[in-house]
Design a protein. Structure first.
Length: 297
């Protein structure tokens, strides 16, 4: 099994979508460019959801059009429907991500549709994006538990993953939206999902709400997963999932992975500087432990 791990940075999107105070577009652009300078090669920059639902990311087109894009870097953005895809096309990005939940009530509260209503909407997005040469990633939310329904059966997670792959997404990120997963469950679920779909088509997306985030990354690594979503400083959370808090932090995951001899191509010291920059912008201490231990004050 390879010791190469890919980090998919979601800070500019998942990290910022829950921030109430609107951050300047120029600072979002600087954040993305700094993360790329630190070695990040896959990054979710923003989202083209309805700005009434997520006001912080209303400037999605300006953010993407303001970045000095670098070759070899995948700049992605979340897209919920064709309207979002039209807006994404104004930026010339080559990759987008679609998303839905594996539990009915979270899906409804997050995107205002039943799961059955969601499939055709996403299929249309994936097919239209593919027709114009875009790659599409997929997310399955509430894969380890739902804020409204509690336990979510593995069969529901497998069904949504299968539907997304069948539509044509190249990778599905399995999300612990509210950070309820524990390592035994994570290892078991990923082992089953890898058996069904293969590890190269799966990624792990963990939130550290209950302090199990890094342990869950470790468990997923043991199961064979080599792509993980993380967020600078441990920022983040879904506004339509009560109790959701920070994503696993990029600094903490890097520290653990590098200590285990894994290669990421990302420079931890530089990521810590980006975390410090974010703390200055938000004027508060961020949850990342490694940021707190390594930052120069
Ligand atoms: P809706 O209100 O049901 O949409 O929202 P609609 O189709 O009925 O349209 C209503 C109005 O919104 C119309 O305008 C549309 O044009 C407009 P009007 O005619 O009234 O003037 N509209 C849009 N405008 C701009 N961009 C769009 C768009 N779509 C419709 N894309 C919708 C449905 C899905 C759009 C809405 O529910 C929404 O935006 N939800 C997004 C919520 C969200 O962003 N949640 C967080 C991201 S998911 C997450 O964090 C989890 C993840 O990290 C993984 C994990 O942790 O599990 C990915
Ligand atoms: Mg998330």
């Amino acid at each position: 099994m390879t010791n190469r791990v890919t980090l998919f940075e979601v800070g500019p999107r998942d990290g910022l979508q829950n921030e109430k105070e609107i951050i300047d577009t120029s600072l979002k652009i600087e954040l993305i460019e700094r993360l790329v300078s630190a070695g990040i090669r896959r990054i979710e920059t923003t989202s083209f959801v309805n700005p009434k639902w997520i006001p912080q990311l209303e400037d999605a087109v300006d953010v993407l059009n303001g970045i000095q894009r670098k070759d070899g870097v995948v700049y992605s953005a979340l897209v919920p429907n064709l309207k979002g895809l039209e807006r994404a096309q104004q930026t010339g990005i080559k990759e987008i991500a679609v998303f839905m939940s594996s539990s009915e009530s979270h899906n409804k509260s997050n995107i205002n549709k039943t799961m059955e209503e969601t499939y055709p909407v996403l299929r249309e997005v994936v097919e239209t994006a593919a027709a114009v040469g875009m790659k599409v990633r997929g997310y399955v939310s509430t894969a380890f538990g739902c804020p409204y329904e509690g336990d979510v059966p593995l069969s529901a997670v497998a069904r949504v993953t299968e539907e997304l792959l069948r539509m044509g997404v190249y990778e599905v990120s399995i999300g612990d939206t509210i950070g309820v997963g524990t390592p035994g469950q994570v290892k078991e679920r990923f082992t089953s999902l890898i058996g069904l779909f293969g590890e190269e088509r799966l990624a792990g997306h963990f939130h550290d709400t209950r302090g199990t985030g890094l342990a869950n990354v470790y468990a997923a690594l043991e199961a064979g997963i080599r792509t993980f979503d993380s967020s600078i400083g441990g920022l983040g959370g879904c506004p339509y999932a009560p109790g959701a808090s920070g994503n696993i932090s990029t600094e903490d995951v890097l520290y653990m992975l590098h200590g285990m001899g894994m290669e990421t191509g990302v420079k931890l010291e530089e990521v810590v500087e980006v975390g410090t920059f974010m703390e200055r912008i938000l004027n508060r201490t961020l949850p990342s432990r490694v940021l707190q231990a390594m930052k120069k004050t």
